[in-house]
Design a protein around this ligand. Sequence first.
Ligand code: PRP
Ligand code: URA
Length: 209
Amino acid sequence: MAKLVVCDHPLIQHKLTFIRDMRTNTKDFRELVDEVATLMAYEITRDIPLESIKVQTPVAEAESKVISGRMLGLIPILRAGLGMLDGVLKLLPAAKVGHVGLFRDPQTLQPVEYYIKLPTDVQERELIVIDPMLATGGSAIAAIDALKKRGCTQIKMMNLIAAPEGIKAVQEAHPDVDIYVAAVDECLNDHGYIIPGLGDAGDRLYGTK
Ligand code: PRP
Ligand code: URA
C-alpha cells in the first residue's frame, strides 16, 4: 500500500486555517493556496533521488549532490488544481505541465472529463497530480486512470484537504500512488462536500458561485 503523508509543518497548518475561514476573500485565499502549495512541494520532493557530481569551488574541488532520476511532470486537475500549480512551479520550475479537465456532476458526484493535454514524454516523468480537494476520490481516480491509460507509472497525489472516504477510494483503486495532504477532515456531507473542509475550492479561488 502506498503512503499517506500528512504535511503537518506549522506554516502549512497555520495558513490552512485561514484558507478554511469563510471570511478570507478571493485574493487572500488564492495567495494562501499558492503559498501552501509551495510548502507542500518541499515535502513531496523530500525523497527524490540525488547523485553526486564534482564541482570546482573557488578554492577546491567538491563532491556535491544534484537531483537525478526521472524528470517531473505536474498534472493539475482543472479547474481548482490550477490554484496550486504556480506554487509548486516555484520550487520545480523545470517541470512540464499536463492538464486534466474534470468536473464533478453535482447530482451523481461522478467525474466528467472534458479536456486532457499532456506532455509528449509524460510516460517518462514522475508525476504529481494536483487538486486542492479529495472528496469522494472520483476525480482523482479518473485523473490517475487517464494517466495510466497513457502509460504513466510513477504518480503521486497532492491535495490540501482530503476526506477519509476519498483517501480509501484512491488507495483501493491505485494502491501504488502516494497521497500527500495538508489535512484529513472528518467526512463528506450529503452533497459530497468535505466537512469541515473549505467549501468549493474552485468557487473560492475564482470568485464564482
Ligand atoms: C472539485 C475539486 C476536485 C473534486 C473533488 O472540483 O477541485 O476536482 O471536486 O471531488 P471528488 O473527490 O468527489 O471527485 P469540481 O468538480 O468542483 O470542479 P472545479 O475544479 O472546476 O470547480
Ligand atoms: N469539491 C470542493 O471544491 N469542495 C469539497 O468540499 C468537495 C469537492
